[in-house]
Design a protein around this ligand. Structure first.
Ligand code: SF4
Length: 385
């Protein structure tokens, strides 16, 4: 067993998961455009849509090579939601309060003709006629080639994952020997076509890349000032395969102090409710940094995020164990022998959200790491970060 002590995954994708529940349809359809709140009073505002379970990286904290090896069966194309199915669901979510859609994966830029989906989603409007906040999270490997087409299709901004400036460290973390220079070139291409403000996310793992914190801060300060926002993410116990240990978590407070010693920081107010990052700005005006602290400073209190897997399973938390099979409502007939209507599917989404009480990070500390649930959490590579 390698020092990463990875665990064999429980394949939760719909093919083998206990019959993911076919969502309940309300007896009376929900009034159109009614905004939804969950069991803890949190509105539904942010929908993350995974468009593929494939990735060309094998980051140890998300898709360890030992598990996602050459024998790993990725999903067949037929089980992925088509662009038309994604658009139908997205339209129903937007009508009930979603105003931000983030495309994720796996690596979303691996999905063929993604620009076409972006064009379709960019045409959506919220009930008050506002365009959506349409963004995408990528590992940056294909960004140099795709940035201009993504922008032209209507994408507004991107978030790029980058875990170090040192080439050897970065190649070790992505575990496919991918050079840091190519990701930096992708970020430059995204800046050049105006896909901003661009965010760069660094997952900090003590003992692996903590020495990269200051070089990352220095690089993005010096090259981009405020045009690129660097965020440091605490290493999380997502999924069931990354062999997570608390002693490999570097609390954001420690990261923030380290940066403050080199580049003094001042706090900034959140830019919107439900924001995951705590914002700080450089006192000398060279931009801002963020800290996403799911382990040491849980932010479940105003979590307004839902996640749609590439197979149409709706998950209500990054650490969820079970999804809700919306695809079955798109592809299988109503018991009355006809297709489900938009109102019925919208109603089903409403019931699912209203029943939501997820707050895993808030409860993490009170749940023993070895608890029975640990092995059944859905993989982040399947539902997107
Ligand atoms: S742990 Fe779950 S409920 Fe809490 S912030 Fe993350 S996704 Fe939201």
């Amino acid at each position: 067993m390698s020092e990463r002590n990875t665990i064999a995954i429980v394949d939760q994708r719909s093919a083998s998961a206990p019959a993911a529940t076919r969502p309940r349809i309300p007896d009376t359809p929900a009034p159109r455009n009614s905004l939804l709140s969950d069991g803890l009073g949190r509105p539904l505002r942010d929908l993350r849509i995974s468009v593929t379970d494939r990735c060309n990286f094998r980051c140890s904290y998300c898709m360890p090579k030992e598990v996602f090896d050459k024998h790993h069966q990725f999903l067949p194309q037929s089980s992925l939601l088509s662009f038309e199915e994604i658009l139908r669901l997205a339209t129903l979510f937007v009508a009930q309060g979603v105003h931000k859609i983030r495309l994720t994966g796996g690596e979303p830029l691996l999905r063929k003709h993604l620009e076409r989906l972006i064009e379709m989603l960019a045409a959506l409007r919220t009930p008050d006629g506002t365009p959506l906040d349409l963004t995408l999270t990528t590992n940056g490997s294909l960004l140099t080639r795709k940035a201009a087409a993504l922008k032209a299709a209507g994408l507004q901004r991107v978030t790029v994952s980058l875990d170090g400036m040192d080439d050897a460290v970065f190649r070790r973390m992505n575990d496919v020997d991918f050079p840091v220079a190519d990701v930096l070139a992708g970020i430059e291409a995204a800046v050049a076509v105006g896909l901003g403000p661009i965010k760069v996310n660094m997952v900090v793992k003590r003992g692996t890349n903590a020495q990269e914190i200051v070089p990352m801060a220095r690089y993005f300060r010096d090259h981009y000032g405020g045009r690129v926002i660097l965020r440091f993410i605490e290493y999380m116990d997502v999924g069931a395969t990354n062999g997570w240990r608390m002693d490999e978590v570097m609390p954001s407070a420690e990261v923030q102090r380290l940066i403050d010693q080199h580049f003094p920081l001042d706090t900034l107010d959140p830019s919107q409710p439900g924001e995951t990052a705590e914002r700080w700005r450089y006192r000398d005006g060279r931009g801002e940094v963020g800290f996403i602290s799911s382990v040491t400073q849980a932010f479940c209190g105003d979590c307004n995020r839902a996640r749609l897997s590439t197979e149409g399973q709706l998950y209500l938390c990054l650490f969820a164990q079970q999804g809700h099979d919306l695809r079955s409502l798109l592809r299988q007939p109503h018991p009355a022998g006809r297709p489900y209507t938009d109102d019925e599917i919208a109603g089903a989404i409403g019931l699912i959200w209203q029943d939501r009480s997820d707050r895993y990070s808030q409860l993490r500390a009170s749940q023993p790491a070895s608890s029975a649930t640990a092995g059944r959490r859905i993989e982040m590579s399947y539902i997107g970060g």
